[in-house]
Design a protein around this ligand. Structure first.
Ligand code: PMT
Length: 401
């Protein structure tokens, strides 16, 4: 039996060209046995007619907040209570802004405000609109309120531009919905994650660091939480809102991160090291700001402690997953680290190019473990995080049989 059998999905459609793809999504959901009710904004009805969704969902389509018949039968509150999941696809920039502001001036925004059910958004918009600071702030704030963001993905856009802003394909959205309804894979399991960069002080105003934004590690923390795990996130300095985890530890330097992680690690079942920990730090931190005098300055560096290797060598050790960020020879370096640090799994990502790796909203991962490997294609980091957690849960389970 499909996991979606009998699940009640409220599909909210806002005004965007990707609305046409929701016809296929509705068909796929019905095929898996889900009950689907469609709510369209006025703008959405300009792209696809409600009749299309009525035929595919086998249910009347709601479009208006002030529909006397609908209010008498199943008004917005009832609709909000009915759903097991509300998926807004495509979610326009305008709708995301409205949702963040808590506005309720049409049926879809009103029922989202009234809903207890989890809400997921599949954003779709021009890449410039997605990258705009307002949209970025809106999406970060919505995620912090536990609203799920599925996508957007990169590619050619209807407006002729190329970039991040396409709605996820119906099949990929279906898989996300299935994942969402899967039993909690990490229920009763504790997961320790480190994320972001470290900052190694040179003097009171300067430091050595790297480009890690924390996006990959934070997405993994949210995915682990979503899978039912107890999560502790140890984070270097990043500009992201703190996700909903059980414990959050903010650190700056590699030494602080090492102390926070190593002291906690024996109490955890899984350790995922996504942090870009500085390999070297200045041997000496000047007490006063270094003055600009000489033409060249030499700063001596010393090795930092390898946190992952130390955790992996502990007597009572968690299942250890490392990351490898490489510009070249991805596989051989990753396999080398898997062996050298005695890891259970390593996730290798390429850091050359504009897509994937550091700072990007997307990534692709090549996973290696003793006797196996798996490629996770380029996808938003939140999607990749769900896939990775799925695989880690499976491998961890196998290792403890
Ligand atoms: O933060 P984002 O902008 O989203 O970018 C994500 C990422 C590219 C930082 C992430 O996907 C990633 O690859 N993280 C690991 C980066 C890295 O430092 O790789 P490495 O090959 O240098 O280190 C190998 C492993 O050892 C890593 O798991 C690292 O956390 C760990 N390590 C390294 C040095 C050290 N002193 N202690 C460690 O624990």
């Amino acid at each position: 039996m499909s996991i979606l059998e009998g699940k009640k999905i409220l599909l909210g459609i806002t005004g965007g060209i990707a609305a046409y793809k929701c016809a296929e999504l509705t068909r796929l959901l019905k095929k898996e046995g889900a009950e689907v009710r469609v709510v369209m904004t006025e703008a959405a009805t300009r792209f696809v007619t409600p009749l299309t969704f009525q035929a595919l969902s086998a249910n009347p389509v709601s479009t208006s907040l002030l529909d006397a018949d609908a209010e008498a039968a199943m008004g917005h509150i009832h609709l909000a209570r009915w759903a097991d999941l509300i998926l807004v696809a495509p979610a326009s920039a305008d709708f995301m802004a409205k949702l963040r502001a808590g506005m309720a001036n049409d049926l879809l925004s009103t029922l989202c405000l009234a809903a207890d059910a989890p809400i997921a958004l599949a954003p779709a918009m021009n890449q410039g609109m997605w990258l705009n600071q307002a949209t970025q702030e809106n999406s970060a704030c919505l995620e912090q309120r536990s609203i799920k963001l599925w996508g957007p993905v990169s590619g050619e856009q209807a407006c002729g531009e190329t970039g991040l802003g396409r709605m996820m394909e119906p099949q990929a959205l279906l898989e996300q919905i299935e994942w969402f309804f899967s039993p909690e894979l990490l229920s009763g399991v504790s997961v320790l994650i480190d994320a972001g960069p470290t900052q190694e002080a040179i003097d009171p105003v300067r430091f050595v660091s790297n480009r890690s934004s924390g996006k990959m590690g934070y997405a993994i923390a949210s995915a682990a939480k979503g899978a039912g795990a107890k999560v502790c996130l140890v984070s270097g300095p990043v500009a992201l809102p703190v996700p909903a985890v059980d414990e959050f530890v903010a650190v700056k330097s590699a030494a602080e991160m090492a102390e926070a992680v190593i002291s906690r690690a024996p109490g955890f079942d899984i350790f995922i090291a996504t942090a870009a920990v500085a390999d070297y730090r200045p041997t000496l931190i000047e007490g006063k700001k270094i003055k600009k005098k000489a033409d060249t300055v030499v700063i001596a560096l010393e090795k930092t402690e390898d946190i992952l290797a130390t955790v992996s060598a502990l007597k009572k050790r968690p299942f250890c997953v490392g990351f490898a960020a490489e510009t070249d020879s991805l596989e051989s370096y990753a396999r080398g680290k898997l062996r050298a640090k005695n890891l259970d799994m390593i996730a290798a990502n390429k850091v050359a190019g504009s897509r994937g790796g550091f700072e990007s909203d997307e990534n692709a991962l090549h996973l290696f473990w003793d006797g196996g490997e798996q490629l996770l294609e380029m996808a938003p980091k939140s999607i990749l995080a769900d896939q990775l957690i799925n695989i880690i849960a499976e491998k961890k389970h196998e290792s403890s049989i």
